[in-house]
Ligand binder design. Structure first.
Ligand code: ZN
Length: 277
């Protein structure tokens, strides 16, 4: 069995730009009528390229607006071999997600991805949630959603990133062997529709699957050192007692964990200490 892992966000989906950003807002009428179709088309292109290549099992995590029950991707339109990860309210429960996948999946593809907070010429750049989060590091790697997904699947060949042109930097820092598949480019004013990018994604993913032997997974060595810095206007509660290994400064918190998944769970604890000032 050849299993492909697909992790989807939405800010980097085809057809969604500043002028129609309401399409991103999970639960709204615009999202229901227009936005969902955009990310569904991108996911369809990834999945059909995979099926045509010979992938027979696809596990999909729909991560946009994690915490909300409603899926962004219209999973019922995807090929029959696509299953969605069983996670409560689609929350970032990376340990549970990793546990549901095969020990050695064929590869990992990220789709609908956006750039990190502070990236120029990017559509909707942010680091998991910005504000309040300005940046997030794991063992020296500057990561956001793409990095969280890729590090949670450590060792799994990272094949391709589909999304905003500016999101490619984070993906390439994780693995320079990936195929990059931009679907919009703010610097160039390139804003194609999701109909126009379907074939681009399909062709790019096909190439990535054909080149899978050359792809590599990300392998960091434990212990894992994490740090989170806050945007202006936010601060950590430095007086709080913490039960994990780490330190909490006014704007930067650091912690250490024996695995990426545990470190990402502690991320939520650290986040609980921040407040607006
Ligand atoms: Zn998102």
């Amino acid at each position: 069995m050849k299993q492909l892992i697909v992790v989807a966000d939405m800010e980097g989906a085809s057809g969604i730009f500043e002028h129609n950003k309401s399409w991103l807002y999970n639960g709204t009428q615009d999202w229901r009528e227009y936005g969902r179709e955009c990310i569904t088309f991108d996911a369809l292109a990834v999945c059909w390229a995979a099926v045509d290549f010979g992938i027979d099992d696809i596990l999909l995590y729909d991560a946009h607006y994690a915490g909300n029950t409603e899926f962004n991707i219209q999973a019922e339109k995807l090929p029959l071999c696509v299953r969605v990860f069983d996670v409560k309210d689609r929350c970032f429960d990376w340990r549970r997600i990793r546990g549901q996948a095969a020990q050695h999946p064929f590869g990992l593809i990220t789709v609908g991805q956006h750039a990190r907070e502070g990236t120029p010429d990017a559509y909707f750049p942010h680091t998991i949630q910005s504000p309040p989060i300005k940046n997030f590091f794991c063992n020296g790697l500057h990561i956001a959603e793409i990095g969280s997904a890729v590090l949670s699947f450590s060792g799994v060949p990272y094949l391709a990133n589909v999304g905003c042109k500016a999101s490619m930097a984070e993906a390439l820092e994780l693995s320079d062997k990936i195929v990059t598949i931009p679907v919009k480019d703010k610097a160039k004013g390139w804003e194609p529709s999701h109909f126009e990018t379907y074939q681009i994604i399909y062709d790019g993913v096909t190439k990535a699957l054909e080149w899978a032997d050359a792809a590599t997974g990300v392998n960091l060595e434990p212990p894992f050192h994490f740090s989170m810095e806050l945007c202006d206007g936010y601060a950590f509660d430095t007086g709080a007692d913490i039960s994990w290994k780490g330190s909490v400064g006014v704007t930067v918190a650091k912690w250490e964990a024996p695995s990426v998944e545990i470190g990402l769970e502690l991320f939520s604890c650290v986040r609980g200490l921040l407040r607006k000032i």
